[in-house]
Write a protein that binds this ligand. Structure first.
Ligand code: C5P
Length: 404
C-alpha cells in the first residue's frame, strides 16, 4: 500500500533499457502512484513520449519550455511535488552529470531541485559500468545519499555477458516499497554508534589490531538512519561505505581517538550503540622509527590499558539515555555477558557467540542473543547483519520506550 497516492518523478535516459521504463511506469501506476516522467533528449531516441504519456496519464517533460506555447516546466516545482525520484535507466553520462551537478537538461535540473529521496538504477555495458570513472561517480552519488539499485548480471544489449543490466522493474518497485514501508519510529533521535576495530600503533608501519570488519555497526547505522534517526558513526579503520544521508561518519584509528570522539558527543545523544571491537591494550610506547630486525634477539612490547569507552559512557549517562553494548564471549557466555552489562551500566547487551558458524567477525551473517537489564532474553536465528540490526533496534528501542 506504500506507493498509493505517492508522487513519483521517473527520470528516463538514453539506454536500450528504456523499454523497461514502460513496465516500470505501469507497475507504479497500478500501485496507485502518480508518475511524472522526465526524459532526456537521448532517452526519446529509445522510447517515445507518446507511449510514456499514455501509460502515466501525464504529458512527458523533456525540455525546459513546451515548444508549442512556451510554457516553462518548473524543475523547482517538481522538486517540491515529488515524494520520490527514480532514475531508471541511468546511463553513465547521466550518473556523471548527477554526481557533478552538470545541469544541462531538464532531468538533471530536476534532480538538483529534488527535496525527496532519489533512487538510481544504472544500465550500461559491462566495461562502462566497471570503468573507474563510472564507479567514482556512483560512489559520489552514494556519498550524497542517493540510493543506488545495483544492476544485475546477464546478457547485455551488446551480447556481452556481465554486470550492467538495469534491475528488473518489479525489483525496483520492491526496493522502493521496502524503503517507504520502513518505520519512522526513530525520527529526531540522536544515536551514537561505535564500529569496527581499533589500530594501536607499535611503530610508523605496524599496529596491534583485530579482525572486526565493522559490518555490524554499519548495518546498525543504516537501520537507525532509515528509521529517521540522526546517526553519528565513530568507526575504526574499515573498507566499508555508507549510503544514508543522515549518517555523519567520524573516522578514527586508535581506542583513545574513539574514546575522545565518543565522550565529547555522548551528552547530546539519546542513545549509544557500542559495537566497536576496541583494543583493551595498546603498546606503552611507540617509536617514530621503524623497529629493526635484530638477528636472534627477542623483543618485548609492553602493553598498557586503553580507556573503556563503554564503561565511561555508562558512568556519565543520564536515565533517558539508552546504552546497548556488545559481548563476544568464549565461555559461560550468558553469565559473563550479563555481568558485563551490569558493570558497564548498559540497558541491553548483544551477545555474539564465537561457537556459531557464520557468526562474528568478518561474516555477513550473525547469530545473537539480546539480554536486558530487566532479565529478559531474546534469542535469534542466524541472519544477515542487516536483519540482525533490525532485530536489535526493534527489541531494544521498543522495550526502552515502553518502560518510560
Ligand atoms: O569488555 P569487552 O571488551 O568484552 O566489552 C565489550 C563492550 O564494551 C562492547 O560494547 C565494546 O564496544 C565496549 N568496549 C568499549 N571500550 C573498550 C572496550 C570495550 O567501548 N575499551
Amino acid at each position: 500500500m506504500s506507493l498509493k497516492g505517492k508522487h513519483i518523478v521517473l527520470g528516463i535516459t538514453g539506454s536500450i533499457a528504456a523499454y523497461k521504463s514502460a513496465t516500470l511506469t505501469r507497475l507504479l501506476i497500478k500501485k496507485g502512484a502518480e508518475v511524472q516522467i522526465v526524459i532526456t533528449p537521448a532517452g526519446k531516441e529509445f522510447i517515445t513520449p507518446v507511449t510514456l504519456s499514455a501509460l502515466s496519464g501525464k504529458p512527458v517533460i523533456s525540455e525546459f519550455f513546451a515548444s508549442g506555447d512556451g510554457t516553462w516546466h518548473s524543475h523547482v516545482e517538481l522538486g517540491l511535488w515529488a515524494d520520490l525520484m527514480i532514475v531508471a535507466p541511468a546511463t553513465a553520462s547521466t550518473i556523471g552529470k548527477m554526481a557533478n551537478g552538470i545541469a544541462d537538461n531538464m532531468l538533471i535540473t530536476t534532480y538538483l531541485s529534488m527535496k525527496a529521496p532519489v533512487f538510481v538504477a544504472p544500465a550500461m555495458d559491462l566495461d562502462m559500468y566497471r570503468h573507474i570513472s563510472t564507479q567514482r561517480n556512483i560512489g559520489m552519488l552514494r556519498n550524497d545519499g542517493v540510493h543506488i539499485i545495483d544492476p544485475g548480471e546477464g546478457e547485455l544489449a551488446s551480447h556481452l555477458e556481465g554486470k550492467g543490466r538495469m534491475e528488473e522493474p518489479e525489483k525496483i518497485v520492491a526496493v522502493v516499497e521496502q524503503f517507504l514501508d520502513s518505520p519512522n519510529d526513530l525520527t529526531k533521535k540522536k544515536i551514537l554508534i561505535t564500529a569496527g576495530p581499533t589500530y594501536e600503533r607499535i611503530d610508523p608501519v605496524r599496529f596491534i589490531g583485530n579482525f572486526s570488519s565493522g559490518k555490524m555497526g554499519f548495518a546498525l547505522a543504516e537501520e537507525c538512519a532509515s528509521r529517521g534517526a540522526e546517526v553519528l558513526l565513530i568507526t575504526g579503520p574499515t573498507a566499508l561505505s555508507l549510503s544514508h544521508p543522515n549518517i555523519r561518519r567520524v573516522d578514527v584509528e586508535s581506542a583513545r581517538e574513539m574514546y575522545d570522539a565518543a565522550i565529547k558527543t555522548f551528552p547530546e545523544m539519546d542513545a549509544a550503540i557500542l559495537s566497536a571491537a576496541v583494543a583493551d591494550y595498546r603498546p606503552a610506547q611507540w617509536t617514530d622509527e621503524k623497529i629493526k630486525r635484530r638477528e636472534g634477539e627477542e623483543i618485548t612490547i609492553t602493553l598498557t590499558p586503553n580507556p573503556d569507552i563503554a564503561a565511561s559512557l555508562g558512568k556519565i549517562r543520564k536515565p533517558h539515555q539508552l546504552i546497548i553494548g556488545f559481548a563476544l564471549e568464549t565461555s559461560n557466555e550468558e553469565s559473563n555477558a550479563g555481568r558485563k552489562m551490569e558493570k558497564k551500566n548498559f540497558d541491553f547487551i548483544v551477545l555474539n557467540s564465537l561457537q556459531d558458524k557464520g557468526a562474528g567477525f568478518g561474516y555477513d551473517t550473525n547469530k545473537v542473543t539480546i539480554l536486558s537489564r530487566k532479565g529478559e532474553k531474546h534469542s535469534f536465528e542466524l541472519k544477515t547483519k542487516k536483519e540482525v540490526a533490525k532485530d536489535i533496534i526493534d527489541t531494544a528501542f521498543t522495550t526502552f520506550e515502553n518502560s518510560k
